[in-house]
Design a protein around this ligand. Sequence first.
Ligand SMILES: Cc1cc2nc3c(=O)[nH]c(=O)nc-3n(C[C@H](O)[C@H](O)[C@H](O)COP(=O)(O)OP(=O)(O)OC[C@H]3O[C@@H](n4cnc5c(N)ncnc54)[C@H](O)[C@@H]3O)c2cc1C
Length: 229
Amino acid sequence: MRSIFHPATAEEAVKLRHEIDGSAYLAGGTEIMRLGSSISSETALIDVSKLPLSGIREDEGAVVIGALTTLEEIRTSELVPDFIREAAAAAASLQLRNAATIGGNFALRRSDSFMIPALLSSQADVTIMCTKGLRRKSAAEYFGKTECRALLMSFIIEKGRNGIYRRIGRSSHSHAAVSGAVSNGYYAYAVSGSGIAFGDKKDIWNEIDFRDDLTGSADYKRYLASVLL
Ligand SMILES: Cc1cc2nc3c(=O)[nH]c(=O)nc-3n(C[C@H](O)[C@H](O)[C@H](O)COP(=O)(O)OP(=O)(O)OC[C@H]3O[C@@H](n4cnc5c(N)ncnc54)[C@H](O)[C@@H]3O)c2cc1C
């Protein structure tokens, strides 16, 4: 039977996450509860959904998005740069957008992620709670760690940042075959079943090891990536 813990603070949540091997944070729960989830039904859950980590505010020329903010809140916020709102809208179902959080989406590191290309290309920072306390680092640095037990607390994005977000899939409700974003000359690409690449070169997609999957052949996705932005 699965155990669920309800920590009262972020510090307590992180402590539990370190004490219980293979545990996961429960935020919106849309990945954890999904049929065929990447997270086993035996995994102990640390429920962070009631912690005060949601909402969008302005702070000294930046937009701060709490990690528990839902994709629907992001899609409808006038504070959030347009290309990041478009990325949130890529989750085509309203029910999903109403529950799925930005923190959960980023932490999952899925190669068909809704938000990762837009967030990486925006050169956002994140605040995280780790065992040593609250830390700020670039989203890219957090992303580079394959398993990070820290709790994402917020995303900090330059206010009014311009960018372009594009996504190609079989339909608006299908998983993205290829998605990508560019902002201030910084590019990020996510290719289903293949990987994610980001950097200041337009052809950084070349670093991805393209693989065939249900969304298309490796060659097809390589072509899409080459013309996406
Ligand atoms: C029908 C359906 C289709 C989907 N399609 C897609 C898709 O195309 N692309 C896609 O990217 N996702 C997809 N998802 C998965 C999921 O809905 C999203 O990735 C969502 O944003 C996850 O957020 P969540 O809050 O629900 O995460 P949860 O399910 O609560 O948690 C997921 C993971 O994120 C970690 N986590 C959550 N919050 C934090 C935090 N603050 N700090 C650190 N780690 C955290 C947890 O430990 C857990 O491992 C789909 C889900 C469903 C049900």
